[in-house]
Write a protein that binds this ligand. Structure first.
Ligand SMILES: *Cc1c(COP(=O)(O)O)cnc(C)c1O
Ligand code: SF4
Length: 347
């Protein structure tokens, strides 16, 4: 008994196996992510009673948590806002959530060639890969058929030909999966493929990697950014202020130096960031990090994520409270993606 207590007390103050050497290879860090529910619970000193459900849900959509991200979670707290985003729960297996389906935003209808989504005027989106460094339980593409519908292994030539043939397109968005899970050499190949397309005036990345694995911003990626023919916009996906630690701040500094436009989109998630204090703290922390809030997304109604849903009326009240507390430029736009609409729809 005494030994166990002592060990537990020690563990509370010991540092988690988190931080990687500053120059550690990001591929290795991504590969070393926690993938076993049992290990997640042990590292965070959470009750073993959570394990059976976590294992069942993870068999549908695997667990994946980079260790540096895990280090920002509070130990012993099953309600930690970062943990809630990654912990597989029994609720995910429910079949009884009307309106929640496997293609909630009409991606498959908007695919003009495998891997290329064209929904809105002037911008098209490439699904560059199915890989992500972290698996977010609310992910709207958690059922996406990446194998045949990304440009990772094949399909890139056709997608690029379509972009080249449509001069109404001024912006290309690299998405996924997470486009920064591609090696720098693949990003370089993408940039070369679009370099001749004169009507593209902006390139945009939607990524979570700089937050969950800050080591991803390596010298090769910075050289890639310097080589781009057009300005780069990076939309980070940060849901809670606690996700931004000093490693993230340091990693973003060279992007700020390069005048990369840094924006954030969050998803409004019950139990993660649905209190006004969470949203204020997030906006303040984003500003400190050189990032401006862009969108706050109402949850895409993907099968397995209904327990994250926040009622629209609750979301509107939250936005009123935010507007009363923050300067306008720190208030994100509350939107919902509706299949078939010509833009994200303001709520
Ligand atoms: C969300 C999305 C965009 C980007 O929309 P913005 O309002 O420009 O941020 C572009 N293409 C697709 C397919 C999208 O889902
Ligand atoms: S990083 Fe994005 S695409 Fe990947 S699991 Fe999370 S929400 Fe889904």
């Amino acid at each position: 008994m005494i030994t166990r207590t002592t060990n537990a007390a020690h563990a509370k103050t010991a540092k988690l196996p988190t931080t990687s050497a500053p120059n550690a290879d990001w591929h290795a860090i991504v590969a070393a992510a926690v993938r076993e529910p049992r290990e997640l619970l042990e590292l965070l000193e959470l009750p073993a009673a959570l394990l059976p459900a976590a294992q069942r849900a993870a068999s549908q959509f695997p667990l994946r948590v980079p260790r540096g991200f895990l280090a920002r979670m509070r130990r012993g707290d099953p309600n930690d806002p970062l943990l809630r985003q990654v912990l597989p729960l029994a609720e995910e297996l429910s079949d009884a959530d009307p309106g929640f389906n496997i293609d909630p935003v009409g991606d498959l209808n908007a695919m003009t060639t495998p891997g290329l989504l064209h929904k809105y005027h002037g911008r098209a989106l490439l699904v560059t890969t199915g890989a992500c460094a972290v698996h977010c339980r609310y992910c709207f593409r958690r059922h996406f058929p990446y194998a045949g519908a990304s440009t990772h292994a094949t399909n890139l030539d056709k997608a690029v030909a379509q972009i080249a043939a449509d001069d109404s397109l001024s912006e290309l968005i690299l998405s996924g999966g997470d486009p920064l899970s591609l090696a720098n050499s693949r990003l370089a190949a993408l940039a070369e493929a679009i370099r001749p397309i004169r009507h593209l005036r902006r390139l945009r990345l939607h990524t979570r990697l700089p937050v969950v694995v800050p080591e991803r911003i390596d010298a090769g990626l910075l050289a890639w950014i310097d080589s781009l023919p057009v300005p780069l916009i990076t939309v980070l996906h940060i849901n809670h202020a606690q996700e931004i630690d000093s490693h993230v701040l340091d990693a973003l500094a060279p992007l700020r130096q390069r005048a990369v436009t840094l924006l954030n989109q969050a998803v409004l998630l019950k139990g993660v960031n649905d209190r006004v204090t969470d949203q204020i703290a997030l906006s303040e922390r984003l500003f400190t990090s050189g990032i401006l809030p862009y969108y706050l997304h109402a949850l895409d109604r993907v099968k397995g994520a209904a327990h994250f849903d926040v009622a629209e009326q609750t979301a509107r009240v939250l936005m009123q409270q935010l507007r009363a507390k923050l300067p306008g430029y720190l208030v994100p736009k509350l939107v919902r993606e509706i299949a078939g609409a010509d833009a994200k729809t303001p709520l």
